[in-house]
Design a binder for this molecule. Structure first.
Ligand SMILES: NC(=O)c1ccc[n+]([C@@H]2O[C@H](COP(=O)([O-])OP(=O)(O)OC[C@H]3O[C@@H](n4cnc5c(N)ncnc54)[C@H](OP(=O)(O)O)[C@@H]3O)[C@@H](O)[C@H]2O)c1
Length: 338
């Protein structure tokens, strides 16, 4: 079978297409013919050796994939051959809140990932995918969609009538926009690009703000909500956005702290910012399998279609990573067809 590996070390130049043996499923495991994988910022920082995960070479990257079960091992009860499934990033995160041991079992680092034609997975580490989705679309669900779903709906409690502020038009924020639309919440979304804001409007955004032209987007969000503030912010910027995210909140609002696209540390931070807003700031670790199954049910009922920007073949994975690394040349998700 064909697989992408980092053979000896980190970096773009270490990615290579290899011919490997098809693995066999052991007890409680299934063999999945992977059909598609999607890229996440996490894959990029792992590829570059920046993320502190214990990688053993040769290493197969990417955590998010979708495919068809072609064989099952002894004692498998949750699935059978022929079923269409997606991977769960954290293979042992089934329910409740994340715990330390859960985070050590992530696909695509430290565990081998899904950039391969065949992958063996534990039956507890996969979920069924909605019938109306292609494999390419379903491959976008495990991190980007589940992070938005868990942060806003499962842990956050977002409801119809709430207002949510979303940052940028990457994978997580576009799913969050679609879930806000699905829930009957209204979304304010920011972007550095007016053209992308137009696309976000077409997906149902209530208001848009160009964060390059309007650096005080927190004040703009307060104005748009009559001074009251938003119920939720999904913060993907980290250090560069967190203070403004809290400023944008209504009293008692919640920031789901997802990413660090705009930096890691805030040199001076007035902690009364949190007190004054009685804010909840919750760090995200994607979501558990129960959340994933709830989300897929909702996606199926509402026939939600993930926004896939570009699809690359497996041998063009380097180009796909280059597009991801560039940062702002896509809208939604980048997918690899396997
Ligand atoms: N902790 C978790 O559970 C978790 C899960 C998923 C993702 N993440 C992290 O969350 C972040 C977003 O993930 P993603 O998959 O959505 O990434 P992505 O698809 O790569 O998002 C890229 C987009 O982010 C926007 N952006 C960049 N800097 C920004 C800023 N300063 N303010 C507002 N928007 C900005 C840009 O939108 P425009 O081009 O429209 O300006 C850019 O196109 C990443 O840091 C990722 O590692 C964390």
């Amino acid at each position: 079978m064909k697989a992408i590996q980092l053979t000896n070390g980190f970096g773009f130049e270490e990615l290579s297409l290899q011919e490997l043996e098809i693995p066999a499923p052991g007890p409680k495991e299934v063999l999945v013919r992977m059909r598609a994988a999607s890229l996440n910022f996490r894959d990029l920082v792992i590829l570059n050796g920046i993320m502190p995960v214990d990688i053993k070479f040769p290493f197969i990257p990417l955590s998010d994939g979708a495919g068809e079960i072609v064989a099952v091992g002894e004692g498998v009860t949750r699935f059978q051959a022929g079923q269409r499934v997606a991977t769960n990033l954290q293979q042992r995160f089934y329910a409740g809140n994340p715990r330390a041991e859960v985070l050590k079992n992530s696909l695509g680092g430290p565990l081998n990932g899904v950039a391969a034609e065949y992958v063996v997975l534990h039956e507890d580490g996969i979920v069924s995918i909605p019938d109306h989705l292609t494999y390419e679309e379903a491959s976008t669900l495990p991190i980007a969609a589940l992070t938005a779903w868990s942060g806003l709906i499962e842990y956050g409690g977002m409801q119809a009538g709430d207002t949510v502020l979303l940052q940028g038009t990457g994978g997580v924020s576009i799913f969050a926009l679609q879930f806000a639309q699905m829930t009957g919440a209204r979304a304010i979304i920011t972007s550095s690009s007016d053209a992308k804001l137009e696309r976000a409007k077409a997906l149902g955004a209530w208001q848009t703000i160009n964060y390059t032209e309007v650096p005080d987007w927190d004040k703009a969000a307060l104005e748009l909500t009559g001074g009251g503030g938003v119920d939720y912010v999904l913060d993907v910027g980290g250090a560069g956005t967190m203070v403004k995210s809290i400023h944008s909140l209504r009293v008692g609002g919640t920031v789901s702290m997802v990413g660090f696209l705009a930096g890691l540390s805030i040199p001076e931070f007035d902690v009364t910012t949190i007190l004054q807003k009685a804010a909840t700031v919750r760090g995200s670790q994607v979501g558990n399998r129960d959340h994933f199954e709830n989300m897929n049910r909702a996606i199926g009922i509402h026939r939600l279609k993930p926004v896939v920007d570009q699809i690359f073949s497996l041998d063009r994975i380097g180009e796909a990573f280059a597009l991801l690394a560039e940062g702002k040349q896509y809208f939604g998700k980048i997918v690899i067809q396997i």
